[in-house]
Design a protein around this ligand. Sequence first.
Ligand code: DGL
Length: 282
Amino acid sequence: MKQNLKLPDVPGPIGVFDSGYGGLTILEKIRTELPEYDYIYLGDNARTPYGTRSFDVVYKYTLECVTQLFEMGCQLVVLACNTASAKALRSIQQRDLPLLDPRRRVLGVIRPTVEAVGAMTTSKHIGLLATVGTVQSNSYPLEIQKLHEGIVVTSEACPMWVPLIENNEYQTEGADYFVRKNVEHLLAADPLIDVVMLGCTHYPLLENKIKTLLPDGVRVLSQGDIVSRSLVDYLQRHPEMDDLCTKNASIRYFSTESVEKFSSSASIFLKEEIKAEHLDIN
Ligand code: DGL
């Protein structure tokens, strides 16, 4: 962790972080629910994917990015990344926030997703599609056991999906092959699954493709709406944090990679033109 940090002690934008472009699927929904707030999006595209990296590396990278967002004035940061939420969130909340600034908050995407899924399943058999890191962390089954005893979770790691999306190759026959392979493998492992959770913020771009492979009656849970509603609820329950979030309806996009690449690829996710700025993580 950086020493002698001087963090601005004034209200600021909400920070939204992902290893790459995936968090844009969450940001879009958050901005629809909360259009009046200011936002900074940070994609660590230079070091994506996180999904195949070790616990220590994901924690280090995530903490560096969160610290940058704090230095840029964010009092509240949403980890719009399941891998970072699984491998770094708890350590940041328990170990780093008390030292950096106990008033600031970092929220993840796993808990709100788990809260929502209990009401969606009738068979009590759920499927999880996620990165290798999220699956290996076991975070989803553990959280589900805490909140919804008796629900069975079967997980399928999809290591090819994020690279295909990050490289804009997700509408190709190659992508079809990998999506089919992972979805069929998941369903074969537990034929009683009636809800499939997309446990990676990149995956909404594959949602239509995934749906065509599912039998009737199997529903897909995508995180954008859930996370945005949970943020609305959080800000209502924490007016002291709401007061620390500025509201001029502005948005700035930062990437640790080339801004040209980020701007053109982000437009695929957001279906609008954006202008990104470069950020060096130091
Ligand atoms: N979007 C991230 C998630 O939700 C994963 C991307 C990656 O592997 O870097 O897990």
